[in-house]
Design a protein around this ligand. Sequence first.
Ligand code: NAD
Length: 499
Amino acid sequence: MKDIGHWIDGKMVAGTSGRSADVMNPATGEVQGKVALATVDELNDAVARAAEAQVAWGATNPQRRARVMMKFADLINRDMDKLAELVSVEHGKTLPDGRGDVQRGLEVIEVCMGAPHMLKGEYMNDGGPGIDLYSMRQPLGVVAGITPFNFPAMIPLWKMGPALAAGNAMILKPSERCPSTSLALAELLKEAGLPDGVLQVVNGDKEVVDAILDNDTIQAVGFVGSTPIAQYIYGRAANNGKRAQCFGGAKNHMLIMPDADLDKAADALVGAGYGAAGERCMAISVAVPVGEKTADALMEKLIPRVEKLKVGPYTAGEDVDYGPVITGQALERIKGLIGSGVEQGADLKIDGRDFSLQGYENGYFIGPSLFDRVEPEMDIYKEEIFGPVLSVVRRNSYDEALKLVMDNQYGNGTSIFTADGDTARDFAAKVNVGMVGINFPIPVPLSYFTFGGWKKSAFGDLNQYGPDAFRFYTKTKTVTARWFSGIKEGGEFAFKAMD
Ligand code: NAD
């Protein structure tokens, strides 16, 4: 049984609250650790120390801060397999997926090596007679990151990289379900040369989140999690005068046009729908074939592929397609939603509810489920299921399919499979969703672009990582300068004392 505390001032410390949460092994249903849940006082103390440490860190030149990121990237690569395993053991995802989790976070750190470039301001000479204008990007001070369970490495890295490279100190509050990866990353940052106190990892639940939102020193909150919590955090942070960007849940659709390569579309749907047990905010959970013929042909290709999926613990080898879901509660919720789909008239082609794995009967495993003829008023369409369940919603035309995506409350990602460039361009231009894939199922932008959804998938301005993150974690100061005539108008050449 592992006792998991906090990372404060460059070392692990035990919690003092007496409160803790169980960290489960989702593959076995056993408690594998206890994570301390911080009190308001513990949080405020960590913030005060971070504020002290930030002064020197913020004054360190950006290139030196970038060098810490360079070393950090090296260390992440060195420890890639260890970190991936840490992800898998608490989250349950397969090892290749765990490595992907680390890798997509590492890529943001690689962009942070270019922090000096990101932090350059603008300059205009002679904006008026003898007047020059320039802007500076300065760190905010102490900022906070609050992250979800489903990417224990990637999302903490998305938060800490730009915030720290921009000269801030950060309070990171990881998910209490998967806290260990953030602590391991903090340790690597210390080894990379980050001064103590600049990154504080404070574990906890709602109590500590509310303390973050109410702490006057914290200037900005970057949140990722479910939509109701994102909206709550956005409101409370903004009310307390903080900058906030809060990324929420999703319901991502893929349109399959009649001219699409259906084998490729079916392969993409299986990976994007069931990978990581559907616990990705960019998972495709709704397939929208256009036309009955396309729908029938797609179903024919999907069913055998879904039936073949291999579900198991990450320890069972690299050919496992996905692992357990995160908690017993999540498992029951997913099963309940599948039941509601059947009751509300959807056609359940593959039912994963009775799945059981020998030796892992208490693990949170569920087989893949596939619904045909889902309609927008059904709960399985309205809710983010966050499980290995793919819903097929048939539509008769491109316009009807586009309208379905546009009317959905979420707008994180979407995708279109087609052979027609004109349709693809029209879709990309019109759809009210933040990230669009063309013959590409999970369009998570590369790290030098930025990541963010629209509608109820994000609250606040500016996206995560890339140039937007540097804008979010800095404030702009603009200087208007005029120098009155001096030495060039006639210098003083006599040898005089400097008085
Ligand atoms: P969650 O909202 O339950 O938790 C996220 C964080 O908020 C955790 O750190 C948790 O401790 C904290 N939290 C939970 N309840 C709280 C409360 N009542 N008050 C204050 N803080 C609270 O989300 P989760 O289950 O960990 O993650 C899954 C969700 O995250 C899904 O909805 C998924 O779509 C979403 N997600 C979104 C993105 C994105 O970029 N849009 C990325 C990954 C995950």
